[in-house]
Design a protein around this ligand. Sequence first.
Ligand code: ADP
Ligand code: ZN
Length: 520
Amino acid sequence: METGIDYKLKETLKRVFGYNTFRGTQEEIIQHVMDGKNTFVIMPTGAGKSLCYQLPAIVKEGTAIVISPLIALMKNQVDQMNAVGINARFLNSTLNKGEMTRVKKETLAGDVKLLYVAPESLTKESNIEFLHKANISFVAVDEAHCISEWGHDFRPEYRKIKSIIKSFGDIPIVALTATATPKVQLDIQKNLEIEEAEVFQSSFNRTNLIYEVKPKKQAKKQLIRIVKEHKGESGIVYCLSRKKVEEIAEFLKVNGVNVAPYHAGMDGNVRMKNQDAFLNEDVDVIVATIAFGMGIDKPDVRFVVHYDVPKSIEGYYQETGRAGRDGIMSKVVMFYSYNDILKLEKFNKDKPVTERENSKYLLEEMALYAESAVCRRKQLLHYFGEEYHVENCENCDNCLHQREHFDGQDYVKKVIESVSQTEERFNLDHLSKVLLGIKSEHVLSYNHHKLKIFGAGKSNDEHFWKSIIRQTLLNEFICKDIDNPGVFKLTPKGVEFMLDPYPVDLVKDHEYETEGEEEE
Ligand code: ADP
Ligand code: ZN
């Protein structure tokens, strides 16, 4: 028999949101939030995170505070809520004094169910004072990965959230994110002090996306071919710079494609107009920087092309994730060249050291992903801490066109030895140097040139060893050390393997030319 609260939730789901059923784990999550427990939701984009705090906010007494870093998104959600008769408001820098006063008054009168707050507004003294007086039901921290330096979108103000919430009293927290590597997940829980929170993690596998990586050669020609294959369908082409956006949009236009550009340097009105034209299907293709897409919910995007290499796997996953939200097969293609990686590294030159190192690490992961011939899906899911044991996904370039396989037993042994002999404290670069027998300053400073494993892999090159180390990782013989980004440790599986080795199926990396690359 349904309890009163179950009925109330279902009734609100239908009446306010117009849905008959919950999706995936939504119901469990919402029950948890209703019970006033700390909750951690990790769900891919488009899976339906918003409902997990909107619905309990409506049913619960008091005002739910939603911390969200994106002002545009905030406005969108508030408009949507208001349109269905729910009193939602936002507090951010776009409000004038009068509007601000009104929002606060309504909130204190208990009329506001959802109050969206930008992190920089939350940290303002006057707002903290106001929130102290409000009757807060719970706090939802959206885009919670912004709290971690090891994510792709670190926001320093996110670090202050917990202490501010604490000052309001013992208020439950719901943290939500669409991307969290195990390292970032731990950071979120530590920073928000919700280590004990129940974690609701849905699979990141987007089964209807076909992943492809292509060498960035004659990229414009390749792009035209992809766009023509999808004539009359919606697609997004991501470029790194505003200039490139303009150039590619113009190029597609002269080739008869119905296209519009989108980037942060454009006039706000034109940008809005282009976005609407894409949503209303007045244009088929939008060429954009990553500024485009945050919170955009167009279900039938049939292809996403990364004309330039993205800065991180997280970004790549988010951007490709905008394709095929309706569940219909869609294609995502990335053009890859190592020159792009080098260019991006140069951009980071002036950043503070830790930030630069993190960006470099994220880029390296990107390059390894692109160059690897292992199933794309397996690699992506592994990156987000999910195991994928399907032999052939049948929907990625590496599964559809398999590269040469070989028995890597002896190589894997060497990798495990290198990790073990260096006492599980070193990264990809260092381990490959040890295997290759390179007496770098770093290697010498640890006396690693005296190890038995030093130089044991010198008949192969660096590229080869990096690929083998990666595949040893993907096969779970070694794993990432969660407390030391980049560092590898042995797994129980790896230890067992050393005691009783067996054949390991490995695959040769792709080879991309780095010299004399012609782009067009
Ligand atoms: P996320 O924040 O995880 O990216 P959203 O909350 O924006 O996802 O939801 C994605 C889409 O799924 C939206 O169009 C939303 O209306 C829809 N949706 C969410 N929950 C349900 C449900 N229970 N039934 C049907 N559609 C849903
Ligand atoms: Zn695959």
